[in-house]
Structure formats: C-alpha cells, structure tokens
Design a protein. Structure first.
Lengths: 293, 346
C-alpha cells in the first residue's frame, strides 16, 4: 500500500529519475508490471527468432497434442506448435493496440486541448459529438465500423481508435480548461506566443503526464477489444496468428477437453492486459497519490 | 408535503435528463444509418434468388428496399418509419425487426440481470471487507482479484468455465442456448424463463433453465466485479472515516449495526451509479458471451445480421441499446434522488 509509502520518511525531492527509482523500489508490483511490459515488447520485436517452430507450418501427424516437453503449449488441430503461434501473435496484437491508442491519443489530446482552451461553439459541437459516441454500446460500434470499413487489420486499429477517442477528448478538455487562465499560461500569451503555440507547446506538454495513465490503462483495453473483434470473426483472419483468433479456433475443441488451445492464448492476453493495467495504476500513484481507490 | 415536493422535483429532474439525452439519441440514429450505408456488399444482391439472378430482379429488390433513392431521402424515410414505430424488416429472418428484438430481448435481459445480481452479491461484501481493514492481506487479496478480473476477456473465462464445469465435472449442461432442446418451454407469461417457470410451479424446468443460465451469467459477472468492488471499497472507506460513524461507535452501537445500517447505506449510492453504467455496458458487451454460449439474445442477432450485411436489425439493435442506456441512466438518477434528497438538480 502506498499509504505507507507516502508517509515514509526520506522521500527524495528533485530529479524525476530518482523519484521514479524510489517509486519502483517501493511499489514492487509496478516494477514487476513495467518489467513485464518491457519483456512483452522484446518478445514482440524479436518474435521471429524466438519461436521454437514455424508458427504456420502444419503437421497433421501431431495434431491436438496436449502440452509436452517438445511442445510446451501443445499443438492445434493442424499440428501447429501453439507456443510458436502465441509468440508470433504478440507482435500483431501489440502493434494493433499501440497504434490504435497512439492514434486516438494524438487526435483526442489535440482536439480536446483546443476545445478546452477556446471554449464556445467549437467546444459545444465537439462535446455533442462525444456524447453521441458515448451513447453507443462501444464494442458494437467497433464491430459495425470494422464491418463497414472492411475486414482488415488497419480497420481494427481505426475502430479501436475511434471508440477510445471520447475519453481522451474529455480528459484533455477538462485538464486544459482548469489551466487556461493560470499565471504561466497568461505569461506565455503576454510573451507573444500565438494561441496555437500556447496550446501545443505549453498546455499539452503540461497535461501529458496525467494522460500517460490513461494511455497505459487504454492499451490493455485496446488489446481486449482487438482480440474480441477477431474472436467473433472480424478483422484479423486465420491463419494469421493473433490471440483472439487462437482462442476462437480453440473454442471449437473446448467441449472435447482440449483446454490448452484456449488456456494459453488466454493467458497471454491476460498477462499483457495485467501488465498494462498495473503499470497504469503505478503511474497514477507516481503522478497523483491522492487519486487511489 | 415535503414528500410531494421531492417527488415533483425528482420528476422534473428526470424530465430534463430525458430531454437533454434526445440529441445524443438522434445522433446515434443518424450515425448508425450512415455507417450501415457504407457496409460493403449490396444487400439486394445478397438476397436475390441466386448468384446468377437477373439484373432486373436485383433492381426490383433495390426498389422494394428503397435503396434506389438518394441517401438523404432514405434517411428521412428511415426517421419517419422510426417515428411510427417501424424498425424495418430483417432480410435474414424475414420478420419485422421489432418482433425479432421483442422475442430476443428477454433472453439478453435475463442474462444481464442475473449477471449483475451475481456481481453485486460478490463485489459489495468484498468491497466492504476490504474497506474495513485497509492494507490488510484481505484488502490486497481483493485488489488482486479485481486486477485479475478485468484482465481475463469474457470469451476466455467463459470457455474455461465450460471446460471445468461441463467437460471435467459434468455439473453444467451442454452450453448451448437458454433451454435444453428437448425440454418443454414454459407458457409464455413474462418471457423471462426463470420467472415463467416459477409462476407455473415447474421447479424441474426452473432448475434446468437456471443451470443453463449460471455459466454465462458468472462469466459476465466475473468481468464486472472489479469496478463494483473498487467503488464499494472507496465509498465505504470515505464513509467509515466520517464523524457520524465515530459517533455511532462511541455510543456503543454493535459493530454489524454500525457497518450495515449506518455505513453501508450511505456508501451504496456511488455503487448504484456504477452498477447502472455496468448494466448498460454489459448489455452491449453481451456479444462475446452470447456467442460463446450460443445464447439467443439480441446481441448475437445483431452480429449475425451484421455479418450478412442486413442493415435493419443492426440499426434496430443499436437504437435499442442507446435507448436502454438512456433509460438506465434515468432510473439511476431517479433512484439517486429518492435515496439522497440532497442531490442537487442539475
């Protein structure tokens, strides 16, 4: 618990890096989650060299084998090594989540920041649009968009980005709104900066740390979302390895007891989301210890 | 007199909230309409008699479906239809969408209500226990459970539950649908199977329907325990630290009395709000659970229609979901106003 950590003496003030080190030492869970995220990224980057077998080479002789020393996670209905497929899928899943969240953060933060800064008619119009998006069941909206735009990976990214957009717009708007008349913003304006420069070079960097929490939490959600879409047959198509598809393929064999086909891709999904979520919680502790629930 | 005044205030509040959500609902309508028009594939070709249907036949179908008109005109016609309560006709089932939705909505509602009930029964005690001893192993345990709960996607937890309770232990029935194919359905009174069975006193049937319902409901509940337990804990912590609790303790009231009667009753309001949001999200996120358990609800109906480029059911479904979303928010609002008269009119 950080209630202990907050009151503990000897909290260093000053360098951000030192503070980060201090927080990681006192929040072993956050440290572990950050290490897990790093590991996940490394797996994603080096996946072609890490897979013990070819992830799409089938061998019907060895179909549906339970986990063994040769195949740690077992084999699927075509005899493909499940562990290799899970490792190969890491890159695609992370790429989808990172690009979707990056896209919606970039767009949402800028639009939200300008709305909060300018206010007035623009603010109201964007607010209405965001309200409409929020009134949709979001997963259904994503489904409909992928179906409408076409069954491709880019469209999962776009759909996931759009359903994440409202959170960033609202967040950035609220954060900028409370800062727009503060002294240092006035000072920047008085110093001759244009309105656009004030928003982009002063206000946005200032709200960035607070948004980092949102980004980390959203990454987990984006992974779940993308996997859910491919699970119901939208987006990524087999035989491309992707965690949601691996689960969907395994679903057909669950009533005959082939548990590993669902359990291991599910575990990969769970660990990825867990790492991002814990890291987000940890970031929030670093930035604002009062917000804990 | 004060009672009447507060009821009138609550009604006024509800009315204003309803009015303020009208533009969002309208936006949902238009947005869905446009989205459905960009769906790939021409529904007229899809529903023509065969792959080599004549051009004339396709044109006739297009005219029959109103697809030959310009998009703005189609939109106006669509809005007019909705105004008169017509949601169009599903091309896959051949029935009016309204009838289809009415037939399938109870299945989704029954599932979601049960899931919410299970989730509340588990999460409120968990949150209270965690709040009573913040920082204790129990508190950490609840936190861990919450952290894990939101990380397991429903389609994975659902499948693993099927593996354990159907394949390994044999407790659960074949995980397909609401009721066993060979079992007799109850007379249709409320369309909620559990209530209908209970009303007719058919307890064997009730048990069969309940055993079909348990696994999907638990799957959904697991995913939403975390937000509910977290908010219960936070809200309980705030209330437990307040002066009236200290007073209640100091005058020697029993511990359960202080916790349940005084603290929990005051702490439950934020839980109610989150429960409302959770309910609406669950209805929308049903798609995955309904697919895993072949549950004949509205979400799986919309998914099938979506994959078949069948506009009308998807539009009807989204409209229904948005309407339920608004209604649930309204109900939560009213409950909130009744439970806590201090809530200001906004």
């Amino acid at each position: 618990m950080s209630t202990v950590a907050i009151t503990s003496p000897g909290r260093p003030r000053g360098s951000a890096l030192g503070h980060l080190g201090w927080v990681l030492r006192h929040n072993p869970l956050t440290a572990l989650a950050s290490a897990g995220t790093l590991l996940l990224c490394l797996v994603a980057i080096f996946s072609p060299w890490l897979t013990p077998y070819d992830p799409i080479a089938s061998d019907v002789q060895r179909a549906l084998q339970p986990p063994s020393a040769a195949h740690w996670a077992g084999t699927d209905q075509l005899g493909r090594d499940l562990l290799s497929r899970i490792i190969a899928a890491t890159r695609l899943d992370l790429a989808i989540a990172v690009s979707a969240v990056g896209l919606s953060f970039a767009l949402g933060a800028v639009v939200g920041a300008f709305c909060g800064y300018v206010g007035g008619r623009l603010d109201r119009a964007v607010g209405r649009f965001v309200d409409v998006l929020m009134a949709f069941p979001l997963f259904v909206l994503a489904m409909a968009m992928v179906a409408a735009l076409g069954n491709r990976v880019e469209n999962i990214v776009i759909a996931t980005a759009i359903i994440n957009l409202p959170f960033y717009v609202r967040f950035a708007r609220a954060e900028v709104n409370v800062r727009r008349n503060l002294g240092w913003v006035e000072a920047a304006r008085a110093g001759g900066e244009s309105h656009a420069a004030v928003v982009l070079r002063y206000l946005l960097p200032n709200i960035l740390p607070a948004m980092a929490v949102q980004i980390s939490l959203n990454l987990g959600w984006a992974i779940l979302n993308a996997a859910g879409l491919s699970f119901i047959g939208l987006g990524v198509r087999p035989p491309t390895p992707e965690w949601g598809i691996l689960v969907a393929e395994g679903a057909r064999f669950i009533t005959t007891g082939k548990w590993w086909l669902v359990a291991f891709p599910g575990l990969a999904l769970m660990l990825a989301v867990l790492c991002f979520n814990l890291m987000g919680d940890g970031l929030r502790d670093i930035l604002d210890p009062r917000q804990r629930t | 007199m004060a009672q009447a005044g507060s009821i009138a205030r609550t009604a006024g509040r509800a009315g204003r909230r309803l009015l303020s959500s009208a533009p969002a609902l309208f936006g949902v309508l238009v947005f869905t309409f446009l989205l459905m028009r960009v769906l790939p594939g021409d529904p007229a070709v899809f529903f023509a008699s065969g792959p080599n249907a004549g051009k004339a036949e396709i044109e006739a179908l297009r005219a029959q479906m109103g697809l030959d008109k310009p998009i703005p005109e189609q939109l106006v016609r669509y809005l007019g239809d909705i105004g008169t309560g017509q949601l169009g006709r599903s091309m896959t089932t051949g029935q009016p969408v309204l009838a289809d939705l009415r037939e399938r909505l109870p299945a989704s509602l029954e599932l979601t209500f049960s899931a919410l009930l299970i989730a509340l029964l588990l999460s409120v005690p968990l949150g209270v226990v965690a709040a009573l001893r913040p920082g204790s192993p129990i508190d950490h345990g609840v936190r861990l459970l919450c952290a894990l709960g939101v990380c397991v996607p429903t389609f994975v937890s659902g499948l693993l539950l099927i593996y354990v309770f159907y394949y390994l232990l044999g407790y659960a029935p074949d995980p397909t649908g609401r009721i066993d194919v060979f079992a007799a359905s109850p007379p249709n009174i409320t369309s909620f199977l559990l209530i209908d069975f209970a009303l007719t006193g058919d307890w064997a049937g009730w048990r069969a329907a309940a055993s079909q319902l348990v696994l999907p409901a638990v799957t959904m509940a697991l995913f939403v325990i975390a937000p509910l337990a977290r908010i219960t804990r936070a809200s309980m912590l705030a209330v437990l630290g307040s002066e009236f609790i200290r007073t209640a303790r100091s005058v020697g009231l029993s511990r359960p009395r202080v916790i349940v009667t005084y603290a929990l009753r005051n702490a439950i309001l934020p839980v109610l709000t989150i429960a409302g949001i959770v309910f609406s999200t669950m209805l929308g996120a049903n798609v995955l659970v309904e697919k895993v358990f072949s549950w004949p609800g509205v979400a799986s109906y919309a998914l099938d229609a979506l994959l078949a480029s069948d506009y009308a059911p998807v539009q009807g479904f989204v409209l229904l979901m948005a309407a339920i979303f608004v209604t649930v928010n309204l109900v939560v609002d009213i409950l909130y106003g009744i439970a806590d008269p201090r809530v200001s009119v906004t």
